[in-house]
Design a protein around this ligand. Structure first.
Ligand code: GLU
Length: 430
């Protein structure tokens, strides 16, 4: 059975590149019925932190990726020592103090097959002797990686091409230990928009950052899949099960991919639009609570209505919270320019008349609000914009919102009257 693995080091959070490597391995495994191993490379006991490990596992689960077996290298030091000892006994390695070093023979040519890049040949002359075990007894990455990959039966090593320089060194170890060399698939790096390798300088790179920003896991997984893989068609939206059906290593790109935040936003927006409103509300509830906007007594149907009203207007969950702040927070911030332009003394009477119509109207629903507004516009002999723009600024603080009648409805009569009163008082005081 083919076996693949993802081998993160818990010396930092799971970043976009690692997550994509994991996804490609996972997709390969799930689409071919192979085994998928998660191997924690925590040999650096000082830099590895439980906090990072927890975050990595949590992020993977959040993305919907599971594993068949889990190993920790920190629990396998005996195995590495045994193999180093063997090379020592066979005269293939020597000791330098407590450290065990592999002796690289000159003029060996190393060949390996890379599924994406074809055959790669390297002269061993350039490769220095390789540390197997450091003097503190901990194994070097290139050594324990091979011991594990071989003893876990790995058939395909799918990893970032930043490891391509390690591969010849690892092959020397495979050969020295008499292990079968697996196939390698070195996938191209992810670059930032300036075409340099994606790093913290480019902003968020940790999966947990995207999660905090309100990116849906389905959207992030979809976007990551497209970063370095293409379905061979124009299609861009794939759920995880659809990816399992469509994914193949043959369609992994050979050139680096550029991380495009705008594209991720678009994908996320598409998933938000597709999500059931009650599921979306369930995701938004904790964010709104966190902001102190709502508590457990929130009127669910009202909130579902509000979410539907905004569904096409936000492409991450936090953006919804930003956009709808004025529904919850009475201390709305007025955009100065809009205020100066639209909340002028000449409009005061119209706002007042509108307010009175609302007070006397016996129903309060979107269509009554609309008829009331249109009737008033006619009565005052003004253009509808002359009333609607000032109303929008008075009620929302700015000039951009969904339809004003819906906004009025979702604000509710009391809030609308209160806000109009405030504006009217202020205008009259000028
Ligand atoms: N722990 C290594 C890393 O995080 C794994 C490299 C590999 O896949 O061999 O880069």
């Amino acid at each position: 059975m083919p076996v693949v693995r993802f081998a993160p080091s818990p010396t930092g959070y799971l970043h976009v590149g690692g997550a994509r490597t994991c996804l490609f391995n996972w997709l390969y495994a799930r689409s071919t019925g192979s085994k998928f191993i998660l191997r924690i490379e925590d040999t650096d006991l000082t830099r590895s932190k439980k906090e990072y490990l927890d975050e990595i596992l949590d992020s993977l689960k959040w993305m919907g990726l599971d594993w068949d077996e889990l190993y920790h290298q920190s629990e396998r030091f005996d195995l590495y020592r045994e193999h180093a000892q063997k090379l020592l006994e066979e005269g293939k390695a020597y000791k330098d103090g407590e450290a065990i070093i592999y002796k690289v023979k000159d003029d060996t040519a190393i060949r390996f097959f890379d599924v994406l890049h074809g055959e790669i040949k390297i002269e061993a002359d350039h490769i220095k002797d390789q540390v197997l075990l450091k003097s503190d007894g901990s194994p070097a990455y290139n050594f324990c990686c091979v011991v594990d990959d071989a003893s876990m039966g790995l058939t395909h090593i799918i990893r970032g091409d930043d490891h391509i320089a390690n591969t010849p060194k690892q092959i020397l170890i495979y050969e020295a230990l008499g292990f079968k060399v697996p196939k390698f698939v070195h996938i191209p790096m992810i670059l930032g928009e300036d075409k340099s390798r994606l790093s913290k300088r480019h902003g968020a790179t940790a999966i947990s950052d995207y999660r905090k920003q309100g990116v849906l896991p389905e959207a992030l997984v979809n976007y990551l899949a497209l970063l370095g893989w293409n379905p061979g068609t124009e299609r861009e939206l794939f759920t995880l099960p659809e990816l399992v059906k469509t994914f193949s290593l043959k369609r992994v790109n050979k050139t680096a991919a550029v991380f495009d935040n705008e594209k991720l936003g678009w994908v996320n927006g598409e998933y938000i639009k597709k999500l059931d409103s009650d599921k979306l509300v369930a995701l938004l509830l904790p964010l709104l609570k966190d902001k102190g906007y709502i508590d457990d007594n929130i009127d669910q149907p009202w909130l579902i209505g509000l979410v539907n009203l905004y569904k096409t207007r936000f492409n991450n969950l936090n953006r919804f919270v930003e956009l709808t702040g004025f529904f919850f927070n009475d201390e709305i911030e007025y955009d100065q320019e809009s205020e100066q332009k639209y909340l002028v003394p000449e409009i005061t009477d119209a706002l007042e008349a509108f307010k009175n119509k609302l007070i006397t109207a016996d129903t309060f629903d979107v269509s009554t609000i609309e008829t009331t507004t249109r009737a008033l516009v006619e009565e005052l002999n003004i253009k509808s914009g002359e009333l609607i723009h000032p109303l929008r600024v008075a009620l929302t603080g700015g000039t951009v919102s969904p339809g004003i009648f819906e906004v009025i409805y979702y604000l509710g009569k009391d809030k609308v009257i209160m806000r109009l009163d405030k504006v009217i008082t202020k205008l009259r005081a000028v």
